[in-house]
Design a binder for this molecule. Structure first.
Ligand SMILES: [Mn+2]
Length: 226
């Protein structure tokens, strides 16, 4: 080892720039939050969201499988999410799932605000064992759902009280309508219905996590508004 040449190298090095910690600290951006409740003769729904949360979820809808799906949504979107829903599940789960989707879409739209500086687009390809789900979405302000997730017609419902897997499409239609979200969901493969439905929730969540990211700049639209 040649110590003197090492010292020579250090002494001739250009002055290093000031450490990053000397730069003025920019304040952390405010968390984007919203909370809403909605009551009808069929359901009573309360939802709160923090889009800049830690993925912590408390979901209680009377439908354990749906709670499991909402946990995937919040966790993989990086939201803090609480959902308390009571509905006429003695009829079936339809009203509870659809109305929960409406309120989640509404809190998402409210928390996003004017969408200034957001990435806007998100996409993902999420596997769950044999299931593989492709999602692309745009926080466009325009509701549109393309849902191409084939479920065999005689598939038994999931959980107890039962969650008919066809309700997943109704949920996403309600979310897209209320949030003004353009959402494409396609199944590339999958046989186990629990896997297929869960991978759709994870893939939409992962795409939302990207699309809601604040990158700076103005509203990402040539129209100037979203
Ligand atoms: Mn699962």
């Amino acid at each position: 080892m040649n110590v003197s040449s090492g010292e020579q190298g250090r002494s001739s090095a250009p002055a290093s720039p000031a450490p990053a910690s000397f730069a003025p600290a920019s304040p952390a951006p405010a968390h984007r939050r919203a909370a809403l409740s909605r009551q009808t003769k069929e359901t009573s729904i309360e939802v709160s969201v923090d889009l800049d949360g830690a993925g912590s979820v408390a979901a209680s809808t009377g439908l354990p499988f749906f709670d499991h799906m909402l946990s995937q949504l919040g966790r993989h979107a990086g939201w803090d999410l609480t959902v308390a829903a009571r509905g006429d599940i003695e009829v079936d789960a339809h009203h509870t799932v659809e109305d929960t989707g409406i309120v989640i879409g509404e809190v998402l739209a409210e928390a996003l605000g004017d969408k200034a500086g957001i990435r806007r687009f998100g996409w993902s390809l999420v596997p769950l064992d044999e299931a593989l789900i492709e999602v692309a979405l745009d926080l466009s302000g325009r509701p549109f759902l393309h849902y191409e997730v084939e479920i065999p017609p005689d598939t038994p419902p999931l959980g107890s009280p039962p969650f008919d897997p066809q309700l997943a499409e109704e949920f996403w239609r309600a979310v897209t309508s209320a949030a003004g979200l353009t959402l494409h969901v396609r199944k590339r493969s999958g046989r186990n219905v629990h896997h297929v439905v869960e991978a759709t929730f994870k893939s939409v969540a992962r795409s939302l996590r990207d699309a809601q990211l604040r990158e700076g700049g103005g509203v990402p639209s040539t129209k100037g508004t979203l």
